[in-house]
Design a protein around this ligand. Structure first.
Ligand SMILES: [Zn+2]
Length: 143
């Protein structure tokens, strides 16, 4: 066993393609020395799954947020849900958030991405959580 800890700071074990095999994948990661995993939500549904996995498995943590490709005008109910999740066990970040201009070419939708990126970063600041996500090909933002 490695004498250091490896942390995968951005996984998607909450993706439906891993449904039912999460324990096996986590065990394989642990055998390889990766003892901490942070699952990123990219929608409300996948954020809920990330929270569930964090509550279920030791060494598994969660980020909750809406990915730029999935973003919409977030309302009070969305903010309250994201806020409530940050109070759950091992929820450590607001993510996956960011800007994705590689796929998004529409200027109005890019403007929405910018507004909601700032909105979710502000939520992260208020909740004293890290914001994490991507900016085109990858950026990790740390408050
Ligand atoms: Zn991701």
């Amino acid at each position: 066993m490695a004498d250091f800890t490896l942390v995968d700071t951005h996984t998607h074990l909450n993706d439906s393609k891993f449904a039912g095999s999460e324990a096996e994948v986590i065990a394989r990661a642990n055998e390889a020395g990766v003892t901490r995993l942070i699952n990123m939500g990219d929608t409300l549904q996948s954020s809920a799954k990330a929270v569930e996995l964090a509550a279920t498995y030791d060494g598994v943590y969660a980020g909750v947020g809406i990915h730029p490709e999935e973003i919409y005008e977030l309302g009070t109910a969305d903010d309250e849900q994201l806020t409530a999740w940050t109070r759950e066990k091992r929820v450590v970040a607001i993510g996956e958030i960011g800007l994705d201009y590689y796929w998004e070419k529409d200027e109005e939708k890019r403007a929405l991405q910018r507004r909601m990126f700032i909105h979710q970063l502000d939520l992260a600041r208020q909740l004293q959580r890290n914001g994490t996500g991507n900016l085109q090909n990858g950026l990790v933002y740390r408050r």
